[in-house]
Design a protein around this ligand. Sequence first.
Ligand code: ADE
Length: 237
Amino acid sequence: LPWTACVLTLFPEMFPGVLGHSLVGRAMSEGRWSLDTIQIRDFAHDKHKTVDDTPCGGGAGLVMRPDVVADGLEEAVKRFPLAKKVFLTPRGKPLTQSKVRELAQGPGVILLCGRYEGIDQRVLDEHDDMEEISIGDYVLNGGESAATVLMEACVRLLPGVIGKEASHEDESFEAGLLEYPHYTRPRVWRGREVPETLLSGHHEKILTWRKNQARRITQERRPDLWAAYCEQTKGSA
Ligand code: ADE
């Protein structure tokens, strides 16, 4: 079976969206991964198809009802019993490339997308094997864009999605460093030259240049990554 993502959402029409295009879209038509959506509203029980209600204790906004969300989630688990359950929320653990690798190596994911102020905590307590994941320290109106980000990051790691000449080894984070800068022709553009080393044909020197650039950019932009890299590299150089 191919890697599968099952998205629980009030807006299934948002999918596949960007994931239907380019390499990831082609990989889907080639059967390398599949995308399923579940409309949470289908699990509402009243004639108005109510999915939310006012927060206990008062305050602004609405909260998604636990009974409706849990019924939808449990339908997803019936369809994909081995998939990892993930709730997208700014309260979650930050998504990292190593988490992406872990999720891409498994059989697939069930992605629960919230809207409104949140989901009744009891659903999350009931499903205590569900992981809460954030894509960054900013607040979106719902989990759908975050789910899209997570899926794209996973699918591009699946076998055959990206050619092996474009290996993942050089990419940002794979070595704990940000990526070195890239250049192509023309050799001079608006008076700006391609760094001479890259035109030298000297493979060893090129690798060293790229490594130094990656280190410089990481130091400048991401002191947090640089510190972790220095810690990891300690003694090995
Ligand atoms: N839902 C709303 N904001 C989010 C974020 N930053 N990450 C994941 N899910 C979200």
